[in-house]
Design a protein around this ligand. Structure first.
Ligand code: ADP
Length: 165
């Protein structure tokens, strides 16, 4: 019997997208037929890039990866998932601290909308990478070239003149 094709959404702030997120995306495309990277438009503290810029950055990175797309969304993730007829929500895990929060979020989303969440664990090398830390280190002029894609680093350098080459 032919398997139903599976569409996943990967919601997040992605401010900015990191190698950790990309690692999760590269693993996810082996499991799902369609993956929509969904940039939340809800205001985040210390926003670095606008939602439009984040979408543009991600679009450049995914290029023409088959089955992968990016867009932004407003409001509740579960409502967006229903609108897109997504079968699952994808989230990445780095540590046990993530598990605690993500577990609650996934249980709530299942309770309110009946949607399953699938978790993918990051590679060990990105277990400590977070967009928040990237923003902080960038503002202080640290070298981030191992943690974010080169295109993202170039944009960060434009924003924070102190950053090294
Ligand atoms: P949010 O604000 O919704 O947590 P993020 O952009 O910070 O948005 O993260 C989106 C998803 O990617 C979350 O599931 C988060 O746990 C996961 N994630 C973030 N950084 C990493 C990483 N380095 N490795 C794996 N998953 C990650």
């Amino acid at each position: 019997m032919a398997r139903k094709s599976i569409r996943a959404i990967f919601p997040g702030s992605f401010d900015p997208i990191t190698n950790g997120h990309l690692d999760v995306i590269n693993r996810a495309i082996k499991l799902f037929d369609e993956l929509i990277i969904a940039v939340g438009r809800s205001p985040v503290k210390n926003q670095l890039f606008t939602p439009e810029e984040r979408v543009e950055i991600i679009a450049e990175l995914i290029g023409d990866m088959p089955g992968v797309s990016v867009e932004s969304f407003d409001g509740l993730t579960v409502e967006y998932a229903a609108k897109k007829k997504a079968d699952v929500i994808l989230r990445g895990l780095r540590s046990l601290t993530d598990v605690q929060y993500e577990f609650q979020l996934a249980m709530t989303n299942r309770a309110v909308a009946g949607i399953e969440t699938v978790f993918i664990m990051t590679s060990e090398q990105y277990g400590f990478t977070s967009s928040t830390l990237i923003r902080e280190v960038a503002s202080l002029g640290g070298n981030l070239s191992n943690l974010i894609p080169p295109g993202v680093y170039e944009r960060l350098k434009k924003r924070f003149k102190k950053l090294e080459d």
